[in-house]
Design a binder for this molecule. Structure first.
Ligand SMILES: O=C(O)CCC(=O)C(=O)O
Ligand SMILES: [Fe+2]
Length: 198
């Protein structure tokens, strides 16, 4: 049976991950992160019972971001060639989880409502120890009660999974947890309802 997820340690070069981490920390210090909402557009609201991360969209304005977006573009094309997922574009944000922050079990898409097809998360945390928590827990399908996998958020690790198939949860950590979460989307646009990237 297909697994619908993949975990790749050291997927990105260490110097790129370090540059992205430095950028995330700098932007965070400058107050450029905002509490993440749930839902899209008008329905977007903040629910601190579900998620406590803060985020900042990537905009391609730095060399490190451009390098990453370049790599993600290669990945998009490779996935389309191998799996025919019809991935069209990518939206991605930096995310910071303060100690004790979490994101309870959820799916990133429901029946393609937001165009998100493939979720991709890159971790930016150097020297993360297992006992510091912050693991990403994955379930094998939307109805599953037993998790199938837990991923330590170690610098350079990339996790990909189908956005509407794999429930997942970010567990509390004892230290600040940095990541870049992205979603490859299909093209949902119609002439009447252009589908913005966010
Ligand atoms: O940071 C992670 O491990 C996953 C984040 C996540 O699930 C999300 O932002 O939707
Ligand atoms: Fe998610």
């Amino acid at each position: 049976m297909a697994r619908h997820y993949a975990v790749a340690p050291d997927y990105f070069p260490a110097h790129l991950v370090r540059a992205l981490r430095r950028e995330a920390l700098l932007r965070h210090r400058r107050g450029e992160f905002h509490h993440a909402g749930i839902g899209r557009g008008q329905e977007q609201h903040r629910n601190t019972q579900v998620r406590r991360d803060r985020t900042r969209w990537l905009d391609g304005s730095t060399l490190a971001q451009c390098r990453l977006l370049d790599e993600m573009e290669h990945l998009r094309l490779a996935v389309n060639r191998a799996l025919f997922l019809g991935l069209f574009d990518l939206e991605a944000h930096f995310a910071v989880y303060d100690p004790g922050a979490f994101y309870r079990r959820h799916l990133d898409a429901f029946n393609g409502n937001n165009g998100r097809v493939l979720s991709a998360v890159l971790y930016l945390n150097e020297q993360w120890r297992d006992d510091e928590g912050g693991r990403l827990r994955l379930w094998p399908d939307p109805d599953a009660a037993t998790p199938v996998m837990e991923v330590t958020p170690r610098a350079g690790t990339l996790v990909c999974f189908l956005s509407d198939r794999i429930p997942h949860e970010v567990m509390e950590a004892s230290r600040q947890r940095l990541s870049i979460a992205g979603w490859f989307r299909c093209n949902n646009s119609t002439a009447l309802a252009p589908d913005p990237a966010r």
